[in-house]
Design a protein around this ligand. Structure first.
Ligand SMILES: [Ca+2]
Ligand SMILES: [Ca+2]
Ligand SMILES: [Ca+2]
Ligand SMILES: [Ca+2]
Length: 643
């Protein structure tokens, strides 16, 4: 079918109106054709039924790619020998930001290696991509003039979230035939959608039945719904502590002096190498509830407030005397500090740097020893919670230690930001989910999994006699796994999956739900039931994400710096005087600071730490979620989860 034959016969199904092809004719941006269609179902040969008709291929290096027809199974086969490639679908689809789409395909792949880098160099993967184009055929960026929503579950706020990318379906590793889908709403300003299939690395990929439709998945409700909550306590400002030049976006909380009240440990940092993987702690400061500095190590400097990842600091009672110690990495040493004085109790050099898989930003070997990323307390030896801990670099390696700083074992893989620790097999010792593997308490690999990009957040829960592990993979999607076997049960490709929070968020539903959010390339908020079904979607906004035991009856709200939301985006509690003038955006944690056992909400920036509590006392027995809040970090990762 040529362009002219389409234009000559405008009544044929799926054909664009006459005016628009003329509008876009000649604008061959990105090599797209000037073919424009109105109905997604009628895009010719989108599903490769007629081989490569309407598709055009680009590749990085000649001789590294072979494209063929899959005569037996239908569709196409792509064999890669290294280097990246792209198959572009020539026609465009006329679209608008008011519509909802499902993109689906049947895929099979078998990649020889499992490399992944953010730059794409050497990465082994395939990705079915949807691009939203404006009227000039330029890709639409996701921009906000002002950030007015909740905490996005990244440690930073950006008003430019990059090119919209919420419709992509990306995969890697080895998969048998699988039906994959994405569900999306194009961003405002969308005039056309363009489609492509991209990939790289050594291996083969089969694709057939690629299909786009204007559709909402069965059982999914949309946008803001009326709140299911009847009465919710309003908030009082409990305390506002002015912070000094020591303030840091990185905070950990614990009872340093054993008086039953929490103290705060702020860490500042500075970058000492390229990218986002080399940063070290420059100052660490312990502050009490009145804002008094208990102790300080290093040089305070408010310019070192901002941080774009976790820092290696943990607060835990390591010796069982009722007072918490602080573990941190400074100047390439692991330090255990006395909680009251900040004096060094124990010290040891940090682990020697090693390449691991060289994932994400590449090998983290610029310095001889690691600066350290996140510290997660766990119980590996059956000696109690927090008697062991995991220390990691940013993306490639982690080490297990005892509280005495004896190394137990280590692991190299493609890491989650904050490892998920939980006793998966019920033997009284924690397993460690590393982002791409489940490790036994001894460090033995129980299973591995290869999903696109890296894991940002994970939660584990029991449901119908099964242990389920839910994952949010950056640019990969949301996955639900059989936690003991590592097999994917359900997957949803919904954009840059960032956050998963588990709680009883809807009092009218008799089970917990999972609130999920995306970040780069589009802010969207989703709800899943515990079977892993998508049940609600809210596009172009996220609300709070930190579960708060605010009411005390077992239901929970989601915290943001502005107030508390229900899972459908209704602001139910607005914080009094919530004004923050932070240059970098305020952060939110929860902690039972005082009053009854319900959570208080902590919001802090470079100027103040503000604590909000309930205006009304709890009646009757107060619900207490089982959470390891001592592991509360930027990325949540199961540490916010009721188990
Ligand atoms: Ca205390
Ligand atoms: Ca202690
Ligand atoms: Ca175990
Ligand atoms: Ca409380």
């Amino acid at each position: 079918m040529s362009f002219s034959s389409i234009d000559d016969n405008p009544q044929s199904a799926g054909v664009a109106s006459r005016a628009s092809p003329r509008e876009v004719r000649g604008k061959r941006t990105r090599g797209t054709s000037s073919l424009v269609f109105d109905l997604p179902e009628k895009l010719p040969n989108l599903g490769f039924e007629d081989g490569f008709l309407y598709w055009v291929c680009d590749f990085e290096k000649p001789g590294t790619l072979s494209l063929g027809i899959n005569r037996e199974g239908g569709g196409i086969r792509i064999i890669g020998h290294g280097g990246s490639w792209e198959l572009r679908y020539k026609p465009l689809l006329r679209a608008s930001g008011m519509e909802h789409y499902i993109l689906e395909a049947k895929v099979k792949c078998n990649f020889v290696d499992r490399r992944f880098t953010f730059s794409g160099a050497g990465s082994a993967f395939a990705s079915i991509n949807v691009m939203a184009l404006d009227e000039d055929l330029n890709p639409i960026r996701v921009r906000f003039s002002r950030w007015t929503f909740g905490d996005p579950g990244e440690p930073f706020l950006r008003e430019d979230l990059g090119i919209w990318s919420c419709g992509n379906i990306s995969f890697c590793g080895s998969l048998g035939w699988r039906h994959l889908y994405s569900f999306f709403k194009p961003p405002r300003g969308t005039k056309y959608l363009s489609l492509s299939v991209r990939g790289g690395g050594r291996g083969e990929v089969y694709i057939k039945g690629l299909r786009l439709s204007r559709h909402i998945p069965n059982g999914v409700s949309l946008n803001v719904r009326p709140t299911p909550f009847k009465s919710v306590p309003q908030a009082l400002l409990y305390k506002r502590i002015p912070l000094g030049d020591y303030a840091g976006k990185f905070l950990r909380i614990g009872d340093l002096n054993g008086d039953g009240r929490p103290e705060f440990v702020f860490a500042q940092n500075e970058r000492i190498g390229p990218g986002d993987i080399y940063k070290h702690i420059t100052c660490i400061t312990a502050v009490d509830l009145e804002g008094n500095i208990l102790w300080q190590r290093g040089r305070p400097d408010l310019r070192n407030y901002e941080v774009t990842s976790d820092l290696p600091v943990g607060v835990m009672d390591l010796n069982g005397d009722g007072k918490d110690e602080v573990i941190c990495c400074m100047n390439f040493e692991i330090l255990v500090l006395d909680g009251i004085t900040g004096e060094i109790v124990r010290r040891k050099p940090t682990p020697k740097s090693r390449e691991g898989g060289g994932y994400c930003e590449g090998p983290e070997t610029l310095f001889e020893r690691i600066t350290g990323d996140c510290i997660v307390f766990c119980n590996l030896r059956g000696q109690g919670e927090g008697k062991d801990f995991i220390l990691k670099d940013r993306y490639n390696n982690l080490w297990a230690y005892t509280a005495d700083l004896d190394e137990l074992w280590s692991y190299s893989g493609k890491l989650i930001h904050s490892p998920l620790v939980y006793d998966f097999d019920g033997d009284g010792r924690d397993e460690v989910f590393t982002g791409d593997a489940l490790l036994d308490d001894s460090g033995r690999v129980l299973w591995t999994i290869d999903l696109y990009d890296h894991c940002d957040s994970a939660v584990v829960y029991e449901h119908k006699g099964k242990l389920i592990l839910a994952l949010a993979h950056q640019n990969g999607g949301f996955y639900f796994l059989d936690a003991l076997r590592g097999e994917v049960l359900k997957e949803h490709h919904l954009g840059h999956a960032q956050v998963l929070s588990l709680g009883r968020f809807d009092p009218s539903v008799n089970e917990r739900l999972i609130c999920a959010q995306t970040y780069w390339g589009g802010l969207n908020q989703f709800l899943f039931d515990l079977d892993g079904n998508l049940i609600h979607a809210s596009f172009e906004k996220v609300f709070g994400w930190v579960p708060v035991n605010w009411i005390g009856d077992g239901t929970e709200l989601l915290a943001s710096p502005r107030g508390l939301y229900d899972c459908y985006g209704n602001l139910l509690v607005e914080f009094p005087d919530s004004y923050t003038r932070s240059k970098w955006g305020a952060k939110v944690f929860v902690w039972d600071v005082g009053n009854d056992p319900r959570d208080e909400v902590l919001v802090w920036d470079e100027y103040y730490l503000t604590i909000y509590t309930q205006a009304e006392r709890a009646k009757g027995e107060v619900y207490r979620p089982k959470r390891r809040l001592y592991n509360q970090t930027f990325y949540g990762n199961g540490n916010f989860v009721s188990l």
